[in-house]
Write a protein that binds this ligand. Structure first.
Ligand SMILES: Cc1cc2nc3c(=O)[nH]c(=O)nc-3n(C[C@H](O)[C@H](O)[C@H](O)COP(=O)(O)OP(=O)(O)OC[C@H]3O[C@@H](n4cnc5c(N)ncnc54)[C@H](O)[C@@H]3O)c2cc1C
Ligand code: SF4
Ligand code: SF4
Ligand code: SF4
Length: 383
């Protein structure tokens, strides 16, 4: 049988790299600023709104044919076209029945440590789980986002308990957590990573669908295999710093440094200023105008690909809603419970979680129509 060279040509096709990522995501105003694409590439950096840009030259431009399956940056982006449900099936063995996704159980819980309760957003479960994972030797580092006072989100990969407690509380500005995780993987191999749905799905995509999978498998034979605990946060939207700063000045005549705490709950935004002012307004009215297109299209409110997801809706004040999804997530939660880091309350309102998750679908529909009329790309990953 004659074998022609052309038979092999498609097998050595050039990877999609940063150029394609820029064209399909960044230039289409679809970048969520998750920080996944820069995690493993020295040629990518992030600006203050967490938007990636090239530093030097993408290796593919030097004639390399492959950089992971597509480019490593492209493979780990949650906003390029991919099938979210296929990925969910790979991880859990099945697609979740509704927008809460797959889970073993859902409970409400709160931290027991007063130092956490003083600073946390809801019940302090996120902080307590990170500390339990470290102290019970499940991981040797955790990611946290610090910097609320300075309004400059700084992501740290740390094993310092005081630093983890200090970082409690939600920062509604973009953080680049996966970037910090990737860049610290050479120092810490067992990490608890906390992030929003797009951050977690980017990491899962990277672990399951890039050449990293092979590398991760290989580390199983080493003394310290890579081992990640993925803790997701419910997320409706997340703001780029510049537009947020302009909006609060225009609407409330306050600056970033005036803000003591902020919360987004059940459709309302609450802002407490250092001078004692309390602002409460419908989130759509306050910030709908500046919510990024990526967040309006995203349907993953409950961070469905995590080991454990945490949020405020679904449980009463002072508690965190905990969706335990995987055996790994369950073992972490049980260790934290048995060793006195947490207390549990079974009172959960699943309807409320589902309702909030579903309300994102309306947002999505409207944004699709807007983008269609402008001829912009639409992300259909979660359909
Ligand atoms: C951008 C964003 C939007 C959210 N929107 C909703 C919502 O609409 N509805 C809802 O029910 N819940 C939402 N949450 C989750 C909620 O605000 C709490 O984070 C969650 O309930 C856990 O509370 P906790 O008291 O257990 O966490 P804490 O013990 O206070 O710890 C919070 C942890 O989150 C980390 N963190 C803070 N900000 C970020 C960030 N931007 N990116 C990554 N990690 C971060 C901190 O480092 C800390 O470790 C949102 C969270 C974020 C980050
Ligand atoms: S990850 Fe690969 S494709 Fe992407 S910018 Fe870096 S070298 Fe280029
Ligand atoms: S990986 Fe995240 S930060 Fe990078 S382009 Fe995609 S959405 Fe933006
Ligand atoms: S709404 Fe979705 S895209 Fe936006 S920050 Fe949250 S998880 Fe990411």
């Amino acid at each position: 049988m004659d074998v022609h060279l052309e038979t092999f040509v498609p097998l050595i096709k050039k990877s999609k790299g940063f150029d394609e990522l820029k064209r399909e995501v960044i230039d289409q105003d679809l970048c969520s600023g998750c920080g996944n694409c820069s995690a493993f590439c020295q040629h990518i950096d992030l600006d203050e709104n967490s938007i990636p840009y090239l530093v030097g030259e993408c290796t593919l431009k030097n004639g390399s044919i492959k950089c992971s399956i597509e480019g490593t940056c492209y493979d780990s982006c949650p906003m390029v076209e991919y099938n979210f449900k296929e990925l969910e099936k790979k991880i859990f063995g099945k697609v979740g029945e509704d927008w809460i996704g797959n889970y073993i159980k859902i409970v409400a819980a709160k931290a027991k440590d007063e130092r956490i309760l003083e600073r946390c957003q809801d019940g302090g479960v996120a902080t307590a789980l990170l500390i339990a994972a470290l102290e019970q030797n499940l991981v040797n580092a955790a990611t946290v986002v610090t910097g609320w006072d300075l309004w400059k989100n700084t992501v740290k990969v740390t094993s310092d308990i005081n630093e983890i407690i200090k970082a409690a509380g939600t920062k509604y500005l973009r953080s680049s957590t996966p970037n910090a995780f990737g860049r610290n993987l050479k120092y810490y191999k067992r990490i608890a990573i906390i992030g929003t749905g797009c951050q977690i799905s980017g990491i899962r995509k990277f672990m399951e669908e890039s050449s990293m999978r092979i590398l991760l498998e290989k580390t199983k034979e080493s003394d310290v295999p890579v081992d990640l605990y993925l803790i997701g946060l419910f997320c409706y939207e997340n703001f780029p710093k510049k537009s947020f700063e302009e909006r609060i000045k225009e609407r409330y005549d306050i600056t970033l440094s005036d803000i003591k705490k902020m919360d987004i709950k059940r459709g309302f935004v609450y802002i407490w200023t250092k001078s004692g002012k309390e602002i409460k307004e419908k989130v759509a009215k306050a910030f709908g105008k500046i919510a990024p297109s990526s967040c309006k299209l995203c349907k993953d409110f409950t961070a469905r690909l995590s080991d454990i997801s945490l949020g405020s809706v679904g449980s009463k004040k002072g508690y965190t809603t905990v969706i335990i999804r995987t055996k790994k997530g369950l073992s972490l939660f049980e260790k934290a419970l048995e060793n006195g880091y947490l207390e549990v309350n079974e009172e959960i309102n699943s309807e409320e979680i589902l309702k909030t998750a579903q309300s994102k679908l309306k947002y999505n529909k409207k944004e699709r129509e807007r983008r269609r009329s402008l001829g912009l790309r639409i992300v259909t990953n979660w359909d």
